[in-house]
Design a protein around this ligand. Sequence first.
Ligand SMILES: C[S@@+](CC[C@H](N)C(=O)[O-])C[C@H]1O[C@@H](n2cnc3c(N)ncnc32)[C@H](O)[C@@H]1O
Length: 231
Amino acid sequence: MFTTQDEWDRGYADGRRYRQLTDAEPSLLATYVPPPAGGKALDIGCGTGALAAHLSSTDYAVDAVDWSGTALAEAGTRHGDAVRRLRLDVEQDDWAPLHTDGYNLITLRFVAPFLSSRDRTLDALGHRLRPSGALVVITALAVGALLRSGGIGPKTGPRMPLNKVGFIFDGGRLTGEQLRRIRLDPVEHDMWAVHDLVSRQELMAPRAFARLDAIERARRGEGLACIITHT
Ligand SMILES: C[S@@+](CC[C@H](N)C(=O)[O-])C[C@H]1O[C@@H](n2cnc3c(N)ncnc32)[C@H](O)[C@@H]1O
């Protein structure tokens, strides 16, 4: 599913935007990770900067990282210069521009699913936390997710490339009870989630979503009857 830096940039240039901050998010952050005196926050994959701007308004000194220049430029236009914006590929680039004395809060909002070395990157970010600091991963789960014990984050065992499999339930709808009966083999899978097409679009690379959307329209008899793509 992985999207290149150019694809993200093009998506932003084409007007693609992601889910706005909900009221619940600032409220949960205020409850669980209020800014300590001199608190520093790092927002990874900040996009057009709403969360970073919010954190800054709560007295965190914020670094906001994204690899899309277009998104960062819009973040500056929308929210001004209170936040330090850094254009970095968080998985590949040198982290020299980040503060060496660490952060009290590191956030990833709708970003973790796109990381190609998610465990390694989260692990490394964890090492940038100050004592008692928090790494907050915000994801869009329409119904629920079952995380392998230990949750998202550093895991034991061999490192595996992140991979996903999706099933479309053709016209059917699983009940809460059926969903609760889903069991994962922890050796093979660490998470399940149920998404409608809207939340899928937020989670998927633009090209991958275009393919899913074409399949869905074909399934409903509204679009193409044949789609040939390569990955
Ligand atoms: C779905 S958007 C979420 C944006 C923002 N956090 C929000 O909640 O609106 C994912 C963001 O992660 C950024 N991103 C993905 N991979 C990245 C990477 N390796 N390094 C830096 N940014 C990355 C994308 O450019 C994009 O802005």
